[in-house]
Design a protein around this ligand. Structure first.
Ligand code: PRP
Ligand code: URA
Length: 209
């Protein structure tokens, strides 16, 4: 595995344990997804370029730094990725948001696309794709390919739990994409669920079954 950043901050790890717990209810689950996403955003944006500026303080002039360079866009993969978007938007309220709707065909486990709407200036932005679960990696790989077709060349993938096979698929199909995750699980079951994982992220965020 390469290009993987496992975010091991104690706050993130603690909250991931709560997310995995079968007894965590929908309200708490949704809040935790948002909180972990906000904490992870700190690392995902670590390399954003800065430029020096002069700011007048009440008592003098400070030579200080502000974010410069390309603007940011985030792309949650519907539906479960929606649960992560607000966490990042709280830190980066100016980011534009694209949506890509994908669901996994339960038989083939292949992603099926049903909705896409991207910012009109997407090619001028660095993009963070967010989806809580990278299982086979099919959905994330499809989302990355879709965004690359729109001439974006700096794409990061942010998830909560990634499986080893899923990471390997992304590494193979998109060797340029850095993956940020809070946990890496070994394998999948026969239905394509991450083991031990946390179950169906979309169902747990939205209270559906
Ligand atoms: C889940 C999850 C990912 C995908 C991961 O979505 O949010 O998008 O499965 O699986 P993969 O790596 O094998 O492609 P799901 O298809 O359940 O749709 P939902 O978000 O609408 O619940
Ligand atoms: N999608 C989920 O929500 N969970 C899994 O474990 C696999 C795919």
């Amino acid at each position: 595995m390469k290009n993987v950043h496992l975010l091991d901050h104690p706050l993130i790890q603690h909250k991931i344990s709560l997310l995995r717990d079968i007894n965590t209810d929908t309200k708490e689950f949704r809040e935790l997804v948002q909180e972990v996403s906000m904490l992870m955003s700190y690392e995902v944006t670590r390399n954003m370029p800065l430029k020096e500026v002069e700011i007048e303080t009440p008592v003098g002039i400070a030579r200080t730094k502000v974010i410069s360079g390309k603007k940011l866009g985030i792309v949650p993969v519907l539906r479960a990725g929606l649960g992560m978007a607000d966490g990042m938007l709280q830190l980066l309220p100016m980011a534009k948001v694209g949506h890509i709707g994908l669901y996994r065909d339960p038989g083939t486990l292949e992603p099926v696309e049903y909705y896409c709407k991207m910012p009109c200036d997407i090619e001028e932005r660095d993009i963070v794709i967010m989806d809580p679960m990278i299982a086979t990696g099919g959905s994330a790989s499809r989302a990355i390919a879709y965004i690359k077709e729109r001439n974006v060349n700096n794409i990061k993938l942010m998830c909560l739990i990634a499986s080893k096979p899923g990471i390997e698929k992304i590494n193979k199909e998109h060797p340029d994409v850095e993956i940020y995750c809070a946990a890496i699980d070994e394998s999948l079951n026969d239905h394509g669920y991450i083991i031990p994982g946390l179950g169906d992220a979309g169902d747990r965020i939205f209270g559906t079954k």
